[in-house]
Write a new protein. Sequence first.
Lengths: 73, 239
Amino acid sequence: MTSYKRVSGDAVEYEVFARKTRVEPLHQVGSVVAPDDDLAVAYARATYDEERWVEMAIVRKDDIIELWQPGET
Amino acid sequence: MSLSDLVLSIADNKQMLGLRYAEWATRAPSLEADIAAAAMGLDDLGHSRVLYGCLEPLGADPRGPERETDSGSLRSLPYFDELWTEWAQFVAANAILDTAFTLMIEACVNGSVEVLQHRLRKMLMEERYHFLHGRSWLKSGVDAAPLNLAWQEALEWFGPPDGETAALHREGRLSIGPSELRSKLEENLETKAPAIRMDWKGWDPVRRRSRPGAIDEATFAMLRGLEEKKFAVAPAKEG
C-alpha cells in the first residue's frame, strides 16, 4: 500500500484573498496548505466558497514581501 | 440507446461519485483534502439533480419503477458498487472517472441539444476544481490497481467506436465521440491509458459497463430515502 506524505505538515502555505463586489478591495479571508498550486486552488475554492465572492485569488505566503511586521514601526 | 439514456447514466454516476466522495470527508490524508472531498461530493450530488431534471425536457425519461426495488437497474459503474477502502481509489475516481464524466458533459454542452447546452454549462466551471484536485493527487503517485480499473471503466463508459455514442456524435448531438473522448482524457491527465483489451461482447449498452453487479444494499437504501425514514417523526394523530 502506498503511504501518502502530502499531509499539511509537508506542504506550503497559501494566503487566500477574495472580495464580494467589484468596488471593494481584495482582502484576506484565510489560508490553505497544499503541496502545489493546483491543489491549493482546489482547496481554497472548497474551503472558502461558502460566500458569493466575485473574485478569489491565492498567493504563496513565501512570495509575500513584507515591509514591516507588528512592533517594528 | 438514446441521448436520455446517456444523460441518465451520467446522472447516476455523478450521484454515486458524490456519495463516495462524501464518505471520505473525514478520512482523507489532510484536513484540506477532507474539505475538498465534502465540497466535491456536494457538487456532484447537485450535478446529478440537474441532470435528472434534463430527462423530462429531453422527451423520454428512461427511469422506471424498477429503480425503487432493483439496485441493478441503476446505471452507475462497477467502480462505485462498493465503498472505497483506500485513498488511491478516491484519487483514481477523482482524476479519471470524474474527468471522463466532465468530458462527456462538455460534449453535450457543445452538441446541438439546447437544454443540455444551457443547463450543463455551469457544471464545467465547478468541475475545473475537481480536475485540478484529481490531477495533482494523481501526479503525486498512487497505486496502479485502482488507476487501471478506473481507466478500464472510463474507456468502456465512453462506449465502442461504432456504437450509439458514436452515432450521437455523428448526428451532432454530442460534439465528440468515443475515440476523441479517450484522446482528450489522456491529454488532460497528461498520461496515456494503460494497455487495455476492450471486449465489447459483454458490454451492457444501457448501464455502460461490462461487469455485472450493483451498489451495496446500505447505499441503495440511502438513495431511496429509507435510512432517513428511520428517523422521521411520526405525524400527530388527529382528534
